[in-house]
Design a protein around this ligand. Structure first.
Ligand code: CTP
Ligand code: CA
Length: 230
């Protein structure tokens, strides 16, 4: 049976991981972006290879070397990330959306560099919403039994606590697992460490104490492996 070899519980499995932050171009030289480093996604890819999986890493704008033994597909925008994740998901046993896709893109990309106006006025940037990749792959599963994992960095607000908002997001997205970071205290971006709670659509909640992104990656794969069917 698959997973029979100790330490290789993902042998024979194809997993897809997205990492990094997407960019939405305003003109040929400028973009809207975010601070995602890609470290957690890359840690997930390395951990999956170590456990025997075939790994496709869809990587957006990171300054990281390709992990050994991983198929790396580079993208820039959320639309490109969507196309590559959906394509790779067709043959995947599990998909983990660790990337930070830009939620919005400019309604139009200027083909030439935007210039300053002589009167000192500033241009307005009109935005439209990007596709929600996690929602799409969760609600239109490419394969029966495919395990889909999302991430959420939350601060809690007057409508609910971090966990309230995370439970609602898990239900809204339709994924099987949601890895929740409490970012109330400050930025975790670029940090070698991470911590969080892994919520399951089945009601499970696994607390992961502060530790390396590699350690969190392995706990995430434990939760995924427990939900994979033979
Ligand atoms: N995600 C996605 N496609 C998007 C935006 C987010 O697949 N266009 C994924 C992220 O990769 C992550 C999860 O959805 O795994 C949650 O991202 P988050 O930004 O917290 O969710 P949003 O639905 O964008 O909600 P918010 O308004 O809180 O930003
Ligand atoms: Ca978002």
């Amino acid at each position: 049976a698959r997973g029979a070899v100790a330490g290789h519980d993902l042998a024979g499995r194809h997993v897809v991981v997205s990492a990094g932050g997407t960019r939405e171009y305003l003109d040929p030289v400028r973009f809207l972006g975010n601070r995602s480093s890609g470290l957690q996604g890359y840690a997930l890819a390395r951990a999956a290879v170590a456990r025997g999986a075939e790994v496709t890493l869809v990587s957006a704008n990171v300054a990281l070397a390709d992990p050994a033994g991983v198929k790396v597909v580079r993208v820039e925008t959320t639309a490109q990330l969507r196309d590559e994740v959906v394509s790779a998901a067709a043959s995947a046993d599990a998909v983990v959306m660790a990337a930070a896709p830009a939620d919005f893109r400019p309604t139009g990309v200027s083909t030439s560099k935007i210039k300053k106006a002589a009167d000192g006025s500033a241009p307005a940037i009109e935005l439209e919403q990007n596709p929600d990749i996690l929602h799409e792959i969760s609600t239109q599963r490419a394969r029966a039994g495919q395990v889909v994992v999302g991430f959420a960095a939350e601060t809690g607000d007057d409508t609910g606590s971090v966990l309230d908002l995370a439970r609602a997001k898990l239900a809204r997205k339709g994924c099987d697992l949601l890895v929740v970071n409490d970012v109330s205290g400050g930025a975790v971006f670029g940090s070698p460490d991470n911590e969080g709670v892994i919520l399951g659509a089945d009601g499970a909640a696994t607390e992961v104490p502060r530790g390396s992104k590699s350690a969190l990656a392995h706990v995430i794969w434990d939760e995924v492996a427990a939900r994979l069917q033979d």
